[in-house]
Design a protein around this ligand. Structure first.
Ligand code: ATP
Length: 281
C-alpha cells in the first residue's frame, strides 16, 4: 500500500492562439502547481480496478481519470494483477484546477512505484498525454509553459515565494461550452508566457500579478455572468486583482507573503464557502 499526492494547478497565463482542424484549440500557457492536493492510496489486488472515494460528485468507473490512468498503466506494463485505489478528494471538482488530470498523474506515479516498474517520469508523462492534455504537466508538477493542446511542455524552476487564495464560486461551468463560446477577439497573437516566465525567474511579484491573463475569461463571463459578479465582488472587497483559472469558475488572488494571504483568506471566508489558502510550489 502506498499513497501519492495529486496537486492542483492554476494558470498564470492562458492564451488561446487558434482553433485547429482537429477541433482542439492551440493554447500557450504558464501552468503552476499549488499545494492543494488530493490523496490517493493504491494497493495490489488479485484482479480488476477498484476505485473508491468518499466524494459523491465524481464517477468511480472508467469515466474517472484515475481509473483510466490505472487501466493505461496496467495495460502498458502488461501487469495481470489488479489494483485498489482510494481517492480522498480535496481539490474542487470541475473547477479549472486540473483535479482529475492530477489524480490520473498521481496514479501513474504511484503504480510505477507499487509495481517497481522503473518507468522514467518522461515515459509516465507520455502515457499521460493519451489520458488528457493536462496530465503530462501534472506528472511533473512545478512550473511549465504548455503549448499545443497543453501537452507540449517546457519546464522551468523559479524561486518566487507566493501564495494563492483560491475561491470556487458555486457555479457549474462547462469547459467545452467555454471553448465553444470563444470568438476571434478572444484569440491572441502575442502570448504572454515568455514575459511571465521572465518575471517569475526575476522573482518580481508585482510584475507577475500584472501579467496574469486568461483568454478564456471573457467567454466564461459571457456564458456565466455570475463568474464576473463573484470576481467583481471579491475584488472590491479585498482591493486586489482577482484572476480566473482554466475555464473557470475558480478565481484566485496572489499574495507575496503568508500574512497577507491569511488576511485575504479571512476576509473572503466570511461570505464564500469554498476558499483555500495555498502556496505556489
Ligand atoms: P481542467 O482544469 O483540466 O479542465 P477541471 O479541474 O476543470 O479540469 P476536473 O475536476 O478534472 O475538472 O473534473 C472535470 C470532470 O471530470 C468532472 O465533471 C468529473 O466528473 C470528471 N472526472 C473524472 N475523473 C475525475 C477525478 N478523478 N476527479 C474529479 N473529477 C473527475
Amino acid at each position: 500500500m502506498l499513497v501519492e499526492r495529486a496537486y492542483a494547478k492554476i494558470n498564470l497565463t492562458l492564451d488561446v492562439l487558434r482553433k485547429r482542424p482537429d477541433g482542439y484549440h492551440e493554447v500557450d500557457m504558464v501552468m503552476q502547481t499549488v499545494d492543494l492536493s488530493d490523496l490517493i492510496w493504491m494497493d495490489v489486488k488479485e484482479s480488476g480496478i477498484h476505485l473508491d472515494s468518499g466524494a459523491s460528485n465524481i464517477p468511480l468507473d472508467d469515466r474517472n481519470l484515475a481509473y483510466v490512468a490505472a487501466q493505461k498503466f496496467l495495460q502498458t506494463a502488461q501487469i495481470t494483477s489488479g489494483v485498489t485505489i482510494t481517492l480522498e478528494k480535496n481539490i474542487p471538482v470541475a473547477a479549472g484546477l486540473a483535479g482529475g488530470s492530477s489524480d490520473a498523474a498521481a496514479v501513474l506515479r504511484g503504480l510505477n512505484r507499487l509495481f517497481d516498474t522503473g518507468y522514467s517520469v518522461d515515459k509516465l508523462a507520455e502515457m499521460g498525454a493519451s489520458i488528457g492534455s493536462d496530465v503530462p504537466f501534472c506528472v511533473y508538477g512545478g512550473s511549465a509553459v504548455a503549448k499545443g493542446r497543453g501537452e507540449q511542455l517546457t519546464r522551468f524552476r523559479h524561486n518566487l515565494k507566493a501564495w494563492a487564495i483560491i475561491v470556487r464560486p458555486p457555479i457549474f461551468v462547462s469547459t467545452a461550452d467555454v471553448y465553444g463560446a470563444l470568438t476571434r477577439d478572444n484569440m491572441s497573437e502575442q502570448p504572454r508566457s515568455q514575459q511571465m516566465v521572465d518575471a517569475l525567474l526575476r522573482c518580481d511579484f508585482e510584475q507577475v500579478v500584472g501579467l496574469v491573463t486568461n483568454g478564456l475569461r471573457p467567454a466564461a463571463e459571457r456564458l456565466y455572468p455570475e463568474v464576473k459578479e463573484y470576481a467583481d465582488r471579491l475584488s472590491s472587497t479585498i482591493g486586489q486583482p482577482v484572476h480566473m483559472s482554466g475555464s473557470g469558475p475558480t478565481l484566485f488572488i496572489l499574495t507575496p507573503t503568508m500574512r497577507r494571504a491569511q488576511r485575504t483568506y479571512n476576509a473572503i471566508r466570511g461570505f464564500m464557502k469554498e476558499v483555500y489558502l495555498c502556496r505556489l510550489i
